[in-house]
Design a protein around this ligand. Sequence first.
Ligand SMILES: *[C@@H]1O[C@H](CO)[C@@H](O)[C@H](O)[C@H]1NC(C)=O
Ligand SMILES: *[C@@H]1O[C@H](CO)[C@@H](O)[C@H](O)[C@H]1NC(C)=O
Length: 290
Amino acid sequence: MAISMRLLAAMIGLKIPIAHGHTFMQNPVPFPSQYLDNGPVAKDGSNWPCSGDTEYDRAGIANVWKRGSQQYLQAMGGATHGGGSCQISITLDPKPNRQSQWRVIHSIEGGCPIRNLTEVNYGESPTVLLPSIYNFTVPNWVPIGPVIMAWTWYGRWSVPEMFMNCAPIMVLGGPQEPDVPESVRLEKFHAAPLVFEANNGNGCWTMNQGNCVKFPNPGNSVEVNEECPLDELHQVTGTCGPEHVLAKQGWSGVHLMLYQAMAAIALVVGAYLGCLRVQRHRSLSHRSPA
Ligand SMILES: *[C@@H]1O[C@H](CO)[C@@H](O)[C@H](O)[C@H]1NC(C)=O
Ligand SMILES: *[C@@H]1O[C@H](CO)[C@@H](O)[C@H](O)[C@H]1NC(C)=O
């Protein structure tokens, strides 16, 4: 609580623009950068992952997870879109990028980030704490050390969009852990499903019209809240599934075009500077007769 109040104070102090009540993660405590933009993931994936954060200030990590311990997810912000479906995933990359693989440790189908909501939104406030708590257990195969956790969420009632917040986590060993080699645990980690991606430029779109996403590959730890229909036949369009993630698609069309444009500009500028240097060299040699 003290931490979130400090973050709120920082937000107000820095006059960070908070788009109307969009919901974002309150626990685990996200990177401060996540508050800069609480809108949905860009439709072309240009701010994927983690709202495009690249600084990843880990100073004073507030989230310490012992393996086997119970942790919880809780969000704030009134724009809850009638709940929806959420996933909690982890990457081992210290600075996640487009190629990072997000391994699912828990899925919540329906009723997330708020349960039993009869209205679409839970008021207007961007900072109201949502009453629902989602407990989950830290699997004993998550490698110890610093990792980055992501909360991803698809609303029940909305346009096709996805939300993602990231948090730094320090994973520690659990009490009475059996003597299982870390390499065996790491294998299990890499065998966990990849996070379900849609609406981020990967070619998959959710429908959201009153339906909640039923994840094609939710992993072993799943909470199902039947309050929302989980109609697999009417939940997505395009090419979807656990293997359709940006990490496996490399550069998107937009990124490729940007990259090519930048390369072309670099070439032109380089050639221009080259010309300048030659001219300057010539004029210098004119002025200083041998
Ligand atoms: C979450 O865990 C806490 C503490 O163990 C418990 O009091 C609470 O009822 C749990 N909440 C849910 C929704 O399971
Ligand atoms: C709330 O929803 C859950 C399923 O998400 C259901 O099991 C429970 O009975 C509901 N509670 C109330 C008070 O409606």
